[in-house]
Write a protein that binds this ligand. Sequence first.
Ligand code: IDP
Ligand code: MG
Length: 170
Amino acid sequence: MWKMAKIQRTLVVLKPDSVGRSIVGEIISRFERTGLHIAAMKMLQPSKDFFYYHYETIGTMISRRGEKAFNRQLNTMMKMPVIAIIFEWVEAVEYVRKLVGSTEPKAAAPGTIRWDYAHMSFDYADEVDIGVPNLVHASGSVEEAEKEIAHRFKKEEIFDYKPLHHAFTR
Ligand code: IDP
Ligand code: MG
């Protein structure tokens, strides 16, 4: 068994603004170049109920962000298809969140995806009645990742393989 305990899987969703702007390849490459590898990937246009489960049942968004922000986010996620990806590697959950950056693009650190590919504030998004377009969803914790992956992928859709660059890690 080549997998160590610290190897994790995390869910990334390329949101409608990534798909709509045709920058999916560019964003995926930001993850891949760090050594994360794709364990599963699919394009889909989920229902509102599906996003309710994702953002509220798993993500507890209403209590954290309020009902208004929640409803806006659901509508925004329905605008176009999304691409769901499972990335795998060492402590992937925390690492991917760091690559993605904080929720509000205006506040995200330079060099993160949410800073480099967007310029938007919560205030502006609220004013124009949208969920803030910040390109990607990334699981917030190991527990959230496990639930989100189970919600989106069947076991047979997830692939277990040893990427070639792992030759340098053992
Ligand atoms: P996260 O995506 O960084 O984990 P969450 O609090 O889980 O942030 O919120 C889910 C998504 O809802 C965010 O990524 C963002 O797109 C949107 N969102 C959250 N809060 C607000 C807000 O106050 N105004 C506009 N959009 C928001
Ligand atoms: Mg979240």
